[in-house]
Design a protein around this ligand. Structure first.
Ligand code: FAD
Length: 362
């Protein structure tokens, strides 16, 4: 990327210290003893992209909405809207919805908005869902497909879902900080390729949807790195977000039943004729989806630090400040079903970020 270095601060910079001569950013206090939680979540990845389609199985219409890889938070409203349209094409308004992660909850709310009576049947509810183990950033193209496998028309589907989701997130701003804008720094010594800016190997982009990255001059940042960019990005405070929307779902008359689907016959036994499948990775054994595979991602959670309100990514590590903690991560191991956190991985990420902080001015 060949962004020109601007001559100096481009706006009134309240963190610019005249006596020091550079823009100051608070330093992350980082040590192994400040880590209070480690998790490994399994991204539900399909090389051809998420499955959003209707299928007739016996007497039931199944509307699939699963397999969002590393972008399920970001795309939840967009693919939820597509699933809703498929449901609304049927005459049924009493709907069963399988799964209570971010995709299921968003889809359920949209169905309610269209006048449906929705019952969620699910093995687990938050916090015991993969969605609770995510970073929580706007990343609609992160591990969403393998472009070598996805059909050309998937790009249009992705773009529609992304635009719909983005608009929807604007309505969530200011609601107890469940979604908000944050500064995101990329700190590198080499000029990264577009996909290296984030860990998710983004293949698609919609220019102009969020502000572009701006390359910072030496006086505009305190990092000891040659190539530093900043942009504003959306982030989600995951526990309060899931809680908020689940409460909304219940307030609008939705029902949640703890009910594990073990085989197709269990779906057949449900009273509703239309069933929306938002089971994430759980859809694999029920619908024999060979394509669906896990891409594991480990996160380590630090005690919150009130002055740290930004996101930072560098070669091999990143962190994001959420209300419930500062999350360090995250890697992606394709095909890995093991959800045991690796101490080695935690130490690696902590080591990389400690080095960035140690070399920061201030
Ligand atoms: C480390 C990591 C970081 C991530 N970061 C981001 C990010 O920053 N931004 C982003 O957009 N995305 C991110 N993701 C991806 C995102 O978390 C997933 O795409 C998303 O959580 C998938 O949501 P879901 O609702 O489909 O699945 P889940 O959250 O897994 O929900 C599935 C639901 O189905 C239920 N279920 C499963 N099997 C059955 C069954 N047999 N019977 C009944 N119910 C069943 C489960 O109990 C659960 O309620 C990240 C993922 C990981 C792991």
């Amino acid at each position: 990327m060949s962004l020109p270095v601007p001559p100096g601060p481009q706006y009134a910079d309240k963190q610019f210290y005249i006596n020091r001569g550079y823009h100051q950013i608070p330093k992350l206090r980082l040590s192994m003893d400040r880590i209070v939680k480690e998790t490994v979540g399994l991204r539900p990845f399909r090389p051809s992209g998420p499955r959003i389609e209707a299928e007739q199985l016996g007497s039931k219409t199944i509307v699939h909405n699963y397999g969002h890889g590393g972008s399920g938070w970001s795309l939840s409203w967009g693919t939820g809207n597509m699933a809703r349209n498929l449901v609304m094409a049927t005459p049924e308004r009493k709907i069963a919805l399988l799964g209570c992660g971010t995709v299921g909850i968003a889809t359920a709310r949209l169905l309610q908005e269209s006048g449906c009576e929705v019952t969620i049947y699910t093995k687990d509810v938050p916090p015991n869902v993969t969605s609770n183990l995510a970073t929580g950033t706007w990343s609609p193209a992160s591990r969403v497909c393998d472009p070598a496998v996805a059909k050309p028309e998937f790009r249009g589907v992705w773009e529609d879902a992304t635009r719909y989701s983005f608009r929807r997130f604007q309505f969530l701003l200011g609601l107890n900080d469940i979604a908000c804008w944050t500064d995101e720094y990329s700190v590198r010594n080499e000029v990264p390729t577009a996909s290296e800016h984030s860990a998710g190997g983004e293949v698609y982009e919609i220019p102009g949807l969020i502000p572009e990255r701006v390359r910072l001059g030496k006086k505009e940042h305190p990092f000891a790195a040659d190539f530093v960019t900043r942009r504003s990005n959306l982030m989600f405070n995951i526990p309060s977000y899931l809680h908020y929307h689940l409460q909304d779902f219940l307030a609008f008359g939705g029902k949640v039943k703890i009910h594990e689907i073990k085989k197709l016959e269990d779906i057949d036994a449900l009273p509703e004729k239309v069933v929306v499948n938002c089971m994430g990775l759980g859809a694999k054994p029920i619908f024999n989806d060979d394509e669906l595979i896990p891409v594991s991602g480990q996160l380590s959670c630090l005690i919150p630090q009130s002055d740290i309100q930004y996101k930072l990514s560098t070669e091999g590590a990143n962190f994001i400040a959420r209300k419930d903690g500062i999350y360090l991560g995250s890697n992606g191991i394709v095909g890995n079903w093991d959800t045991t956190p690796s101490k080695e991985q935690t130490e690696k990420v902590v080591g990389i970020l400690q080095e960035v902080m140690k070399n920061m001015r201030g």
